[in-house]
Design a protein around this ligand. Structure first.
Ligand code: B12
Length: 251
């Protein structure tokens, strides 16, 4: 195990043996397969810092493009002990625990979710809310203790806020997939400001999710929590039930 000057664990990529630094780089270039294309791919990989790259894949990907995979030595490493991540402190709860905890409230937990702004990617929010769920983990609609509303795609913040107030929601689930020109940050921040302006920030939990969202970013934007790629609905259910009970002084 490599150590940094301060004694931290330093990791290099594992290829054939620990720390040999072997990595794969995959990319597409506008050139058809051939000897020149292979050399171009090799030089492209070298330009990215890979030493002695071997072009292990070269396949035509379109009438004008080829797809390449280069395998070579990376010189870089990462000091993992120097990394501080603001992790979500959510308890792991089984479905039974979630339903039993929610009973203490004496009513259903109301959640409203949407993919907001111009974003039309509904698969993520559907995965969390809809009955079918994600990777065998059923969505919030499947919990007896949840009253879940999925407003779908391209919902404006104003419309979301109106529905949240009309339904007396406990939690708002905002999904942002598109991140071009940081529109996810702008859109998320605008929602938080709107909720604050309307005077009900203390009454609702604000959850932010998407492939490029993490807890740190969500907190910076003013949300209570952030959920990234691979999130399972049960994790969201456990977080919401715990936080709603805590807010109501029942935990
Ligand atoms: C399917 C898809 C589409 C479909 C969407 C259909 C639909 N009904 O959703 C269509 C064809 C419409 C589409 C259109 C576009 N797309 Co598109 N699309 C994708 C694709 C292939 C898959 C996305 C997906 O479904 N993922 C699966 C779900 C399950 O994962 P997820 O969204 O990450 O959700 C999980 C977590 O993030 C989390 N989560 C998500 N939201 C929330 C919310 C909360 C509250 C919580 C708790 C958790 C949570 O939980 C989920 C489950 O674990 C991606 C590429 C990719 N492979 O990811 C591109 C991608 C997202 N699209 C992209 C682009 C650019 C577009 C277009 C702009 C293309 C164009 N030029 O027209 C348009 C934009 C349309 C619009 N107005 O939004 C880019 C986005 C780039 C960026 N970072 O901004 C991507 C990354 C492709 C790429 N590599 O360039 N797209």
């Amino acid at each position: 195990m490599l150590r940094s000057k301060t004694g931290g664990r330093v990791l290099r990529a594992y290829g054939d043996r620990e720390g040999d630094g072997m990595v794969q780089l995959s990319f597409t270039l506008a050139i058809l397969p051939g000897d020149r294309a292979r050399e171009a791919a090799k030089r492209f990989a070298e330009a990215h810092g890979l030493l002695n790259p071997l072009v292990v894949t070269m396949e035509q990907a379109s009438p004008e493009h080829s797809y390449f995979v280069a395998y070579g030595h990376s010189q870089h490493s990462v000091d993992v002990d120097a990394i501080h991540v603001e992790e979500l402190s959510a308890k792991e709860l089984s479905r039974e625990d979630i339903e039993a905890s929610a009973k203490k409230l004496g009513r259903k937990i109301v959640v409203v979710g949407a993919c907001t702004g111009s974003d039309a990617h509904t698969v993520g929010i559907d995965a969390i809310i809809n009955y079918k769920g994600y990777r065998g983990d059923k969505g919030l609609e499947s919990y007896k203790s949840f009253d879940a509303h999925n407003l779908g795609a391209q919902v404006e913040n104003e419309e979301l806020v109106e529905r949240v107030l009309a339904l007396g929601a406990d939690a708002v689930l905002v999904s942002q997939i598109i991140t071009q020109r940081d529109c996810h940050k702008e859109n998320g921040r605008a929602l938080v400001e709107m909720v604050e302006k309307r005077g009900f920030r203390e009454r609702v939990l604000l959850l932010f999710g998407g492939p490029r969202i993490d807890n740190k970013l969500a907190r910076e934007l003013g949300f209570d929590a952030g959920f990234g790629p691979g999130t399972l609905p049960s994790k969201v259910a456990a977080y919401v039930v715990s936080e709603v009970l805590r807010k109501e002084g029942l935990e």
